[in-house]
Write a protein that binds this ligand. Structure first.
Ligand code: FPP
Ligand code: MG
Ligand code: MG
Length: 437
């Protein structure tokens, strides 16, 4: 038997959908305010990796290869995405001041095109353009678009939180438009993503995708640090040296990892590192893997897959998502800002100890102090970086990422029969570890 050559460009199977992704998203996020439109579309203009929608589309295609008799046929959702009633029946506004025109001097001053109450808002995507032969259902394609919208919203917010000045080789949204606009644009994208999620008309999918948004925020909260860089740069907290008393005890410090040993509140370093690692992986699931895994699960539900397949798609997303973030945390140590298109060596400066540091910590007890004070003293970042190199923290992180990759590959094999789409997913899963940005 000649071995099948697995080298297939994973995008080629869904290139139509990928090429139209940004255009479709633009239709979902247009507003009546030109500047808001510029901020919300800003990150879609630069070429991102778009790995999340690519995954959703490939999973959807792989799901279509499962024989109908192995699915609950009645549940396969082939229906079109309904037009939103709010858009189809715009409220009839009564303009009291000037019945002939709804353009006020304020509109003119700010260059705002007023919302015409008779416009229908974003056009629904003409489903006639959908290539039914590709096996991807209209709602699965929309799901891919929703995932990219949620991800982009989180990037707009993330760059504000991280004080990042670059993203995708350009000034970040906060830098190009101000923090306020970046935050509001992220909120707007989330609002429109929520509209699109509800239009999928599947309560289970609504619940999953809503939870993924909540999980993103919880994961981000888990890694908030009260560091000098935040206090110095955050405009609201400017000059603040301590958290406001209203916050009370802030529970993101390793001080909270002290675990009772022999009924005493003694701290064992090993116990602390183990707890820190569990905390790190839980945070990683929430901040990165949850969105992917919930979307994989949702795609399987829309295809009417069996509960076993729904579960293994979810497991695939979880394992792949954690692998993806482990690689991200490695690249923060190994690749330059120029090559990443965003700030490198950022995590330590933000006070965040990721897997490479946690591995080095096992060998190097002197890191405890630095980690506990979130690398805030002069020289801490350099010392921690040196320790990571000396104790092979990056290599060990790579080995952990390989374990998650292998688990993800096993999930693929238990989810789908052999097909081009499955091969493409295997290829994509393998490339996560060799990516350089
Ligand atoms: C990138 O991480 C950021 C995330 C994976 C999630 C960020 C989530 C929030 C800011 C919560 C708000 C969420 C929504 C949905 C508005 P990173 O900073 O490690 O990566 P980077 O190097 O790409 O900046
Ligand atoms: Mg960031
Ligand atoms: Mg961040």
């Amino acid at each position: 038997v000649t071995p099948k050559i697995m080298l297939r460009n994973p995008i080629s199977l869904v290139s139509n959908e990928m090429n139209n992704l940004a255009k479709h998203v633009m239709g979902l996020i247009s507003s009546g305010h030109p500047t808001l439109n510029r901020v919300t579309s800003y990150y879609f203009e630069a070429e991102g990796k778009k790995v999340r929608p690519l995954l959703v589309l490939l999973i959807s295609k792989a799901l279509s290869t499962i024989p109908i008799n192995e699915r609950n046929n009645l549940k396969i959702d082939k229906s079109d995405i309904p037009d939103d009633p709010v858009y189809s029946q715009p409220p009839q506004l009564t303009i009291l001041e000037n019945p002939l025109s709804n353009i006020s001097p304020l509109h003119i001053l700010h260059g705002i095109k007023p919302l015409n109450p008779l416009t229908k808002g974003p056009e629904p995507i003409p489903e006639a353009s959908f290539d039914n032969d590709n096996g991807i259902l209209p709602k699965q394609r929309r799901l891919a678009e929703i995932v990219e919208m949620i991800h982009t919203a989180s990037l707009l917010h993330d760059d504000v939180i991280d004080h990042s000045e670059t993203r995708r080789g350009r000034p970040s949204g906060n830098k190009a438009f101000t923090n306020k606009m970046a935050v509001l644009a992220g909120d707007f994208l989330l609002g429109r993503a929520t509209v699109s999620i509800s239009r999928l008309r599947n309560p289970e999918v609504v619940e999953l995708m809503s939870n993924s948004i909540a999980n993103l925020v919880e994961g981000e909260f888990m890694q908030l640090k009260n560091t000098a860089v935040d206090n110095n740069l955050n405009t609201i907290d400017e000059g603040r040296k301590e958290l406001p008393p209203s916050i009370g005890k802030f529970t993101n410090d390793l001080h909270d990892y002290r675990v009772p040993i022999n009924d005493n509140l003694l701290t064992s370093k090993d116990a602390m590192i183990n707890t820190a690692f569990e905390y790190y992986l839980h945070k990683t699931y929430l901040k990165t893997a949850s969105l992917i895994s919930m979307a994989c699960r949702s795609s399987a539900i829309l295809s009417g897959a069996s509960p076993e397949v729904v579960d293994s798609c979810y497991e695939y997303g979880k394992n792949l998502g954690i692998c993806f973030q482990l690689v991200d945390d490695m690249l923060d140590f190994t690749v330059s800002s120029e090559n990443l298109g965003k700030p490198a060596r950022a995590d330590l400066k933000l006070g965040i100890a990721t897997a490479p540091v946690l591995y080095a910590w096992r060998e190097d007890p002197s890191l405890t102090e630095l980690i506990l004070r979130n690398f805030t003293q002069p020289g801490d970042v350099e010392a921690a970086t040196k320790s990571v190199i000396q104790h092979n923290g990056v290599q060990k992180t790579k080995e952990l990422a390989e374990k998650y990759r292998d688990a993800a590959l096993a999930n693929l094999r238990s989810s789908f029969p052999e097909s081009d789409a499955r091969s493409a997913l295997e290829f994509l899963t393998n490339t996560i570890l060799s990516r350089r940005k």
